[in-house]
Unconditional design. Structure first.
Length: 121
């Protein structure tokens, strides 16, 4: 997790993202940790996690963490921050959370959306 945090922090700093980099790195770490701990691959597949940091047209940040498990028991409660700590903490750090299945139905992506820092006081 330390290495993932460092990579995320470096990429956001290099791109000069105007949002709260510390909060974004923590949200990223919470999502990645949840994927490692809770996601089990289907049918004995190799466990892989894919992470993506993408910038929106308005300068916001999308953090996508894809894991090898299509299941997400209690998804809505977890996304509302009512179940578990990781996603609740991500929400408290300012993330809007959603999730979706891959087209083949074999994996899922948890997405955190964070606003840019422009226009905030």
């Amino acid at each position: 997790m330390r290495q993932l945090r460092g990579v995320a922090r470096s990429r956001l700093a290099l791109r000069q993202w105007s949002g709260d980099i510390d909060s974004a790195v923590e949200v990223f770490a919470r999502l990645a940790y949840n994927a490692v701990v809770h996601a089990q691959p289907v049918n004995g597949a190799t466990a892989q996690m894919h992470v993506h940091l993408t910038f929106t047209e308005k300068g916001g940040l999308l953090i996508d963490v894809e894991d090898p498990s299509p299941g997400f028991p209690g998804a809505q409660a977890a996304l509302r921050g009512e179940k578990g700590r990781g996603l609740r903490d991500a929400r408290r750090l300012g993330a809007d959370l959603t999730w979706f299945l891959a087209a083949d139905g074999r994996s899922k992506t948890i997405r955190a959306t964070l606003p840019s820092g422009e226009g905030l006081t």
